[in-house]
Design a protein around this ligand. Structure first.
Ligand code: C5P
Ligand code: MG
Length: 297
């Protein structure tokens, strides 16, 4: 494991907060083997890329909003919301407390936009299947390996749950060890959309409060105190808050927007930070070591 850490530290885009501490965490996870492990991952820009060939990859909201059956002008309005609020999400100077009201307003506006929209579940599924879903190279492989090792995976997304579901399904990643916590669409009996089900999960409330409704999931996994967590913004670092009596946790953060200014904050919140890395190479190397090569055949 020390060799792997050394090799990772040599990569110019990899930052490790405390290599000695990381080594002890790795050793503890390896000792606990796959039986004591669980994985928690964000979806947008974590399992998927932020950009590909110079173009922005659509988020689950972006995919949903481009559904052709939605009313005319809908996509343009949601794009306008994205350009208004996304800069606050990745703002290099504002604190999470300062950013949160903007995120709450973004999610309220987004939900408002979809009230009364007439799009069926089948139409949406068809649209997701024909859309570009932009998974990172290695995401499918990691999911297959985690299934082989019977390690539970929680996909915790502040995106659109239905899109997360069908995107995973499309790539045969929705295996029976995978569970999704997200914002699922709420259809009424007439097939019209009425916002989202339950409380909205936005990018900065992925914490104890949002996880309180899912206590049962974590209590079923109480015998798995070791965690690999993957995310791409400050709020994602809190996704492990629901884990019961966590023992060894490795938090891996993908950093893309304003990397120089945000690096320090990311280093505070994550153990390993990957700067503009659009692959799953580093998490794959780590899991390869923990689960064993045979799970990746
Ligand atoms: O899966 P994840 O939690 O990353 O999904 C949330 C992402 O969706 C955020 O990073 C945000 O940029 C994006 N978003 C969006 N349109 C909205 C609300 C959020 O693209 N209306
Ligand atoms: Mg994300």
């Amino acid at each position: 494991m020390a060799k792997l850490l050394e090799a990772l530290l040599e990569l110019p885009h990899v930052r490790i907060k405390d290599p000695d501490y990381m080594l002890s965490v790795f050793e503890e996870i390896i000792e606990g083997n796959s039986e004591k492990l669980q994985v928690i991952s964000d979806f947008d820009q974590t399992l998927t890329k932020d950009h590909e060939n110079g173009e922005r990859c659509l988020t689950t909201f972006g995919i949903f909003h481009s559904t052709p059956q939605l009313p005319k002008g809908y996509n343009a309005r949601s794009e306008a919301l994205y350009h208004k609020y996304h800069p606050f999400e990745v703002h290099p100077e504002l604190t999470v407390e300062q950013k949160t009201p903007y995120m709450e307003q973004w999610y309220k506006d987004s939900e408002q936009l979809l009230f009364g929209a007439e799009v069926s579940k089948e139409e949406l599924k068809g649209h997701i299947y024909s859309s570009k879903t932009c998974f990172r190279d290695g995401s499918v492989e990691i999911f297959n390996a985690l299934k082989k090792a019977e390690v539970p995976v929680l996909v915790f997304s502040a995106g659109v749950g239905d899109v997360v579901h069908h995107a995973l399904e499309k790539h045969e990643m929705l295996l029976d060890n995978v569970r999704i916590i997200s914002n699922f669409l709420n259809w009424n009996d007439q097939g019209t959309l009425e916002g989202f089900q339950g409380d909205m999960i936005h990018v900065f409330n992925k914490n104890q409060r949002a996880l309180a409704a899912h206590e049962e999931y974590f209590s079923l996994l109480a015998h798995r105190p070791n965690v690999i967590l993957l995310g791409d913004n400050e709020g994602d670092a809190a996704m492990g808050h629901g884990v019961q009596d966590p023992k060894a946790m490795i938090k891996i953060g993908f950093l893309f927007h304003h990397p120089e200014q945000r690096l320090e904050k990311f280093m505070d919140m994550f153990d390993i930070v990957l700067i503009d890395d659009q692959t799953m190479d580093v998490p794959k190397k780590i899991l390869h070591h923990i689960l064993g090569a045979h799970h990746f055949d």
